[in-house]
Design a protein around this ligand. Structure first.
Ligand SMILES: C[S@@+](CC[C@H](N)C(=O)[O-])C[C@H]1O[C@@H](n2cnc3c(N)ncnc32)[C@H](O)[C@@H]1O
Length: 175
């Protein structure tokens, strides 16, 4: 598979993005963000809230770290598996991105990310507790199958109220 075939393979099918976008909670005036825009499957169907839509895409010369997340209400994306840090090392993108979006100067309302079973499992009990300390919780998991990809994928919606959907045991649970 060439680099371009690989890039296209990982783009979200537009039909899937069109269906998943209906699960994104939005309010009038919300600023929406697609930090890994790619070919625009989610970007092109972001609802018109009247608020700004902001994006990044490394291939278009905009790194996701360049976005001012403090001005963003809701993030919607299918992130890459790995992202490169400034020092050149590669890290798993899913948690790295969620950690950034939920930081004190991160997004305000919701984070909606498409990932696979591995992405979901990066939300370990310890990390779920970190998120809860920041008042962020997994509120909804939408399961979907994408023919070209392996296994079930999950549209994971994080928000500011605990629906009890996906909860870690308290500390010291390891036996
Ligand atoms: C799995 S693809 C998904 C693209 C799009 N979000 C979608 O749902 O179809 C991930 C995208 O992230 C982009 N990307 C990788 N590293 C990035 C970075 N550091 N900043 C911004 N975009 C990046 C890739 O070029 C690729 O287009």
């Amino acid at each position: 598979m060439s680099a371009d075939d690989k890039y296209l393979f990982h783009q979200t099918p537009r039909e899937i993005a069109k269906q998943l976008i209906d699960y994104v909670p939005v309010e009038k005036g919300d600023v929406l963000c697609e930090p890994f825009r790619g070919e625009g499957a989610f970007w092109d169907v972001l609802p018109d809230t009247g608020g700004e839509h902001v994006w990044a895409e490394i291939r278009a010369g905009r790194d996701w770290t360049g976005i001012d997340y403090e001005q963003v209400d809701t993030v919607v994306s299918n992130p890459p598996f790995k992202i490169r840090r400034h020092n050149g090392t590669e890290v798993t993108a899913f948690w790295t991105a969620i950690d950034r979006f939920t930081d004190y100067d991160g997004a305000k309302k919701h984070i909606c990310l498409l990932g696979n079973d591995f992405s979901l499992c990066t939300l370990t009990p310890r990390r779920l507790r970190v998120l809860a300390d920041r008042n962020w919780y997994v509120q909804r998991l939408v399961a979907c199958d994408v023919e070209k990809w392996r296994g079930t994928h999950f549209f994971i919606i994080l928000g500011r109220t605990d629906t009890g959907l996906y909860t870690p045991l308290p500390k010291n649970e390891t036996v």
